[in-house]
Design a protein around this ligand. Structure first.
Ligand code: RIB
Length: 322
């Protein structure tokens, strides 16, 4: 049922992707398990690692071979410079990355349990000061395969970017995380929606605890005017829903060290593969393989794999029609 991309189905030019989103310095605490309310526990380690959903997704797009423009905002501080440098190392265009003198660079406090599961609290800081230059955005959108956005940036700027992309004929790939309601007029502007179980539940009101429930949620979300929906299911893979139906893509079995940025890694691989002209199923499968590599390494951006590593990773089981 599944297939590898044929050379004829893949575009020659690397797709261009415009990412609007957050940049955070992640403060990562390794802990045996998350503490209960009122409990003090001894952690194992602390590390400062480049992250932020927007920046992670931009890095994933770049490591998959996309040409990436990042729109965001960092503070005028050492963390901001480190995050800029991290994007530059991956060849990402940061001309539309602002530096704000008043707010510190965004921060995320991440607890990673021995199981690999995480809990994240994000302090937006300078991410709240993103100001889109509409003329520059219009220029970036010309010929771009996707505008990619999440909800760690101010909603008015996300709305502006999505509306502009839709008007310019550029497809929108939205990852509404952290989840909040999506305004009615925005739904038909979205080409591809990527949500986890919690986000799917919040947006369509249906509980998602199984691939079949993910398919039902995906169909309900598609009915709002979206072409393609992916509901990610962690170790159980993802369910992809489009006009051809719902397919469950199982994930390869791997030992999770740190699940941080798995969703961002998936999204970047998906965006680039779709931009190359690969089928929805091929793109989802590639994203799942990339995410499986990501969770075997600690940290956000350092754990995001390159395309050649993804193509050399074990194949997951075939997809199942739901
Ligand atoms: O998706 C993972 C990211 O969420 C982390 O890097 C953290 O910065 C938060 O934005």
């Amino acid at each position: 049922m599944s297939s590898q991309p044929s050379s004829s189905s893949v575009a020659q030019q690397p797709p261009r992707i415009v990412v609007l989103g957050s940049l955070n310095m992640d403060i990562v605490l390794r802990v045996p398990q998350a503490p209960s309310a009122g409990e003090t526990l001894l952690g194992r380690s602390i590390a400062h690692i480049p992250g932020g959903k927007g920046a992670n997704q931009a890095v994933s797009c770049a490591r998959e071979g996309g040409r990436v423009h990042m729109i965001g905002c960092v503070g005028n501080d050492a963390n901001g410079q480190a995050l800029r440098d991290a994007l530059a190392q991956d060849g990402i265009d940061t001309a539309a990355l602002r530096t704000d003198d008043a707010e510190p660079t965004g921060t995320a406090l991440i607890l990673v349990e021995d199981s690999g599961q995480n809990r994240i609290v994000m302090i937006p800081g300078a991410n709240a000061k993103v100001e889109i230059d509409e003329a520059a955005l219009q220029h970036q959108l010309q010929g771009a395969a996707f505008l990619v956005a999440q909800f760690e940036s101010p909603m008015d700027q996300v709305t502006l970017a999505i509306t502009a992309a839709h008007g310019a004929g550029c497809k929108v790939l939205l990852n509404p995380s952290p989840v909040q309601p999506i305004a009615g007029p925005l739904w038909p502007c979205i080409d591809t929606l990527v949500v986890n179980e919690i986000e799917a539940h919040a947006l369509c009101g249906q509980a998602v605890d199984s691939p079949h429930e993910a398919a039902a949620a995906g169909r309900a979300l598609r009915a709002k005017g979206i072409a393609r929906v992916v509901v990610t299911l962690g170790a159980r893979g993802a369910v992809a829903v489009d006009a051809d139906g719902a397919h469950h893509h199982p994930a390869p079995k791997v030992k999770a060290v740190d699940t941080t940025a798995a969703g961002d890694t998936f999204l970047g691989a998906l965006a680039v593969a779709l931009g190359e002209g690969q089928s929805f199923d091929e793109a989802v499968r590639l994203g799942i393989r990339a995410a499986a590599l990501c969770i075997q390494q600690p940290g956000a951006q350092p754990s995001i794999p390159r395309r050649d590593a993804v193509l050399h990773s074990p194949l997951p089981p075939d997809w199942i029609a739901l």
